[in-house]
Ligand binder design. Sequence first.
Ligand code: AMP
Ligand code: ZN
Length: 464
Amino acid sequence: MESVGSAPLILFDTLSRTERPLVPSDGQRLRFYCCGPTVYGPAHIGNFRTFVLNDVLYRTAIAAGMNPFFVRNITDVDDKTIRDSQADGSSLEAFTTKWTQAFHEDCESLNMLPPDVEPRATAHIQEQMDIIQQLMDKGHAYQGGDGSIYYKVSTFEDYGKLSHFNPEELRTQDINSAGAANLADEYDREQVADFALWKAYKPEDGEVGWDSPWGKGRPGWHLECSAMSMKYLGETFDLHTGGEDLTFPHHENEIAQSEACTGHTFAHHWMHVVFLLVEGKKMSKSLGNFFTLRDLMAKGYDPMAVRYALISGHYRKQLNFTFHTLDAAQSALDKLGRVLDTTDPRPPFGPDKGRFEAAWKLLLADLNTPATLGSLFANLKAFDPDREADLNGLATVLFALGIKIQPESTDGVAIPEEIHSLAQARWEAKRNRDFQIADALRDEIQGKGWKVLDRKDGFDLEPL
Ligand code: AMP
Ligand code: ZN
């Protein structure tokens, strides 16, 4: 494995607008934060473009020996979660817990690794109030006419440095990533660019509100990510990521409030994933091109093909998702499945990548996933499974891309993950001469409708 300090991974940085090595600044772990989902319904495939790319980044950093520590939050309080939980007749907590579970199921279907920490905004209200207090004490925040607390943008000289906007050009920033208003009345603010850190309670908030030194209310949306990233990663960390729409105002505001609070650089490196289009257009329910993972699975698509399609374009370019792309992804996976019976490669990986060295290097060069896939397939023809380095190289690249090949039964039916694990456990029990356990597992597999056929060097599975 490459050493932690050797910085093999190059990534474009939105802040400096250059490709720069991604460095674990403490020499130990690459600490990074991704803005997570707002849990008020199923995530759509556009959201998953951003999250899957972050998973590729996480996996690549693991495979490169950078020992990443990855935090991705859950936004479980905002206008949408409050509005939709009320419409659903559930408490905010019950409602957001349900959609968080649905998100986790989708992540698993897409073979995404869970982050190291997944904090929820409502479990970090105190941390958010602490930041507000410090900003008040330092003169960066004030209470508006409506009782809300606002960040005074004019007190932060660097405002606009991430999005490369001139502060004078800023008109309004009260639109969130879903296009909905973040804040009701701009006349309560001194300047239109000032944003809410604490939103005073309104009757529409129903049961949602927390007591604070500034009255009952709830945190503004931007604040949660500053509070949770700094809590788990420190006041300064290595990388902050999200979809391109978050650059402004969300990330700009995170920088302003965090750096004004601590006096230090917030994140050294910024990565933004460009939006996914569907059939050439921005996804929208009215155009009929709005898809969740579940929609595609209900049409019979394999989630692995969805993942493949999502990484088939470079993250800094728009990706046009079509059903043709999805079919092409499925045939690429079928082709891989004919060459390999590897299921789900896991680290540690050796340094010699054999004929897949080029594919690996392309991934380290600003996560060029389409070029990596191209190189992988170009080298697949001459792939020699008896060559240790080739096997290691292929396993490394497939792990980093998160591509798992579904094992096929002897008559071509996909074997459910659970059946395969049971059969694997039985095979290991047999090798350890635990015949009683092996027999019990065979019965269990049979009870689920599958038959194990023993071979000298392994097993086959057949539906009964
Ligand atoms: P949200 O749940 O609205 O907070 O969004 C979660 C993530 O998905 C954010 O990082 C957004 O920037 C990202 N996102 C939203 N729409 C798209 C899209 N069409 N393509 C890529 N990323 C998106
Ligand atoms: Zn965020």
